[in-house]
Structure formats: structure tokens, C-alpha cells
Ligand binder design. Structure first.
Ligand code: NAP
Length: 283
């Protein structure tokens, strides 16, 4: 039977650390970390994420600004706002909630953000820094996964690590972070042949596909650590992961639940990046 990795607890401990660091930064330097979040349009899921980011800032004592822009916002208006925030000293981190409405160019918006304020770590400069292992901003979801693995006390060095999924926001940076910790990393995707053979080699299996209950017990090695990044909505509205918890849990040594595993970590890691950005201005 697996031990359950409690993402809510790990996330709460990160936020406690950040609260302390905020108080110290304000006291010693008069600097309060500031995050600006931009949302364009009415996507319900994005609205929930943005509200949670705003709440997260309040919880750890950050200054925050939220720009809720109408669906009709033009590219030029959005870029001007980003540029203004780039020049605003109260703001250390800028995040534009994706996806954007179709008429807006996401890439152009990411490129407009000053890489020193790019707390999502999506700007090519930060992606490159992650690749070479010399980075201060962590890609939020993969960084949350690393914290959860760290919480088990298991050393990644030398372990067979398999990541299913190669997206720019999860799979690829996840593989890099595991590699930086000296894991032997394999990335799988939709064209991978004999997927089960590969996944059964994994001491650490990270699943980020976006297909409910895709990974089943027969695909997992006895004693593996299984991290489920997936967030899928069932027909009844319930949230479920990419891992079939019922068949995988008896084989794994540690497993993350959905909800309550990776999900709670992502915003905490965004807040961590905002703290890093604020501290970097003191250098
Ligand atoms: P994505 O961009 O859709 O990427 C999915 C990846 O899964 C692709 O690389 C795809 O391969 C691969 N894949 C699809 N079907 C496969 C199959 N049958 N066998 C092997 N690989 C397969 O998704 P994403 O943005 O990385 O997100 C993945 C999941 O994580 C989603 O459920 C998402 O909601 C969740 N997520 C959670 C958080 C969080 O905070 N907890 C954050 C981000 C994402 P190809 O490249 O070959 O198409």
C-alpha cells in the first residue's frame, strides 16, 4: 500500500516559509513582493485560477494587482499594459493567464514580459536558463512536483525517472528538473511504442497527459513513486487525475491523489518565484 503524498500539507509549509520571508523582506528592506495578474475574457476555469492566485498573494502578505480585461481587448492594449507593469517597481512578477482569446497572440505577450518578472517562467530566456541549469525561476507545476518528491525523502540521483507528456509547461521542464537532480530520465508521448514497458522501468513516474485514469497498475513497477499531474473533469463534474488510483496505489510506494496532490502546489511555486523576483531586485 502506498503512502499518500499530501500536496495540501506541502503547499501549506511552502506558504508558511513565504510568509516569514515576506515579513523579513518588508522589515529589512521595505520591499513587499508584488504580483500582477492579467486575465482577458470570461473563461470560467481561468477566473477560478486567477482568484486563487489573488487569495494566495493575500495569504503570504504580497501586494497584488489583478487586471480583469474584456474579451474585446486588443493586442496593443494588452502589450501596453505588460510594458507599463515591466516599469512598475511595486510589481516583481507579471503573469498573463492563458489561454488568451483567439484574436490575441500568446507568444507576443510572453515575449513582452521582462524575463526578470516572468514568474511563470514561460519566456524563452527563462526556458533557456532552465535548460542549462542556471535559473532562478522554476517552472511552477514541475517545481511543485519536485517539492512533492522531495517530501518523500527519496533521493532522485541515479533513479529511473519516466515522464509521460512533453508539453512546454509540464513534461519538458519536468524532465529537465529531474535530470538536474541526476535522475536517468525518459520522456514518453503519444508516439512512444510499448509505453507500458517503459513505464514499468520507472522508480519515479510523473504522468502529465490529460486523459482520465490512463495509467493503470499493470504499467507501474512495484515500489514506484507515482506523481499524477493530470486534472480531468468527469461527466459528473468530479476532478480526476491521469492515474487510475485504485489499481496503482497498491503497487506504488508513494502516490499523489487528485485532487490534493500536485494541484495545490502550482500556485505556491508561483508565489515562490515572485519572492525570488523581489529578492533579485536587491542584488
Ligand atoms: P498537453 O499540452 O495536452 O500535453 C499532453 C501530453 O501528453 C502530450 O505530450 C501528448 O503527447 C501526451 N499524450 C497524450 N496522449 C498520450 C498517450 N496515449 N500516451 C502517451 N502520451 C500521451 O497537456 P499539459 O498541459 O502538459 O497537461 C497535462 C495534464 O496536466 C492535463 O490534465 C492538465 O490539466 C494537467 N495540468 C495540471 C496542472 C496542475 O497545476 N496540477 C498544471 C498544468 C497541467 P504528444 O506530444 O505526442 O501529443
Amino acid at each position: 500500500m502506498a503512502k499518500i503524498i499530501n500536496g495540501k500539507e506541502v503547499s501549506a509549509s511552502v506558504r508558511e516559509e513565504l510568509k516569514r520571508e515576506t515579513a523579513e523582506l518588508v522589515e529589512k528592506y521595505g520591499v513587499r513582493p508584488g504580483l500582477a495578474v492579467i486575465i482577458v475574457g470570461d473563461d470560467p476555469a481561468s477566473k477560478v485560477y486567477v482568484n486563487n492566485k489573488e487569495k494566495g498573494c493575500a495569504e503570504v502578505g504580497y501586494y497584488s494587482e489583478v487586471y480583469r480585461l474584456p474579451e474585446t481587448t486588443t493586442q496593443q492594449e494588452l502589450i501596453s499594459l505588460v510594458k507599463r507593469l515591466n516599469d512598475d517597481d511595486k510589481i516583481h512578477g507579471i503573469l498573463c493567464q492563458l489561454p488568451l482569446p483567439k484574436h490575441l497572440d500568446e507568444n507576443a505577450v510572453i515575449l513582452a514580459i521582462n524575463p526578470e518578472k516572468d514568474v511563470d517562467a514561460f519566456h524563452p530566456v527563462n526556458v533557456g536558463r532552465i535548460m542549462i541549469g542556471d535559473y532562478s525561476f522554476l517552472p511552477c507545476t514541475p517545481a511543485g512536483v519536485m517539492k512533492l518528491i522531495e517530501s518523500t525523502g527519496v533521493d532522485i540521483s541515479g533513479k529511473e525517472c519516466v515522464v509521460i507528456g512533453r508539453s512546454n509547461i509540464v513534461g519538458k521542464p519536468q524532465a529537465m528538473l529531474l535530470l538536474h537532480k541526476n535522475g536517468t530520465v525518459t520522456i514518453c508521448h503519444s508516439r512512444t511504442k510499448n509505453l507500458s514497458e517503459v513505464t514499468r522501468r520507472a522508480d519515479i513516474l510523473v504522468v502529465a497527459i490529460g486523459k482520465a485514469d490512463f495509467v493503470t497498475g499493470d504499467m507501474v513497477k512495484d515500489g514506484a513513486i507515482v506523481i499524477d499531474v493530470g486534472m480531468n473533469r468527469r461527466a459528473d463534474g468530479k476532478l480526476t487525475g491521469d492515474v487510475d488510483f485504485a489499481s496503482v496505489e497498491p503497487k506504488a510506494s508513494y502516490i499523489t491523489p487528485v485532487p490534493g496532490g500536485v494541484g495545490p502546489m502550482t500556485i505556491s511555486m508561483l508565489l515562490r518565484n515572485t519572492m525570488t523576483a523581489a529578492k533579485n531586485t536587491l542584488k
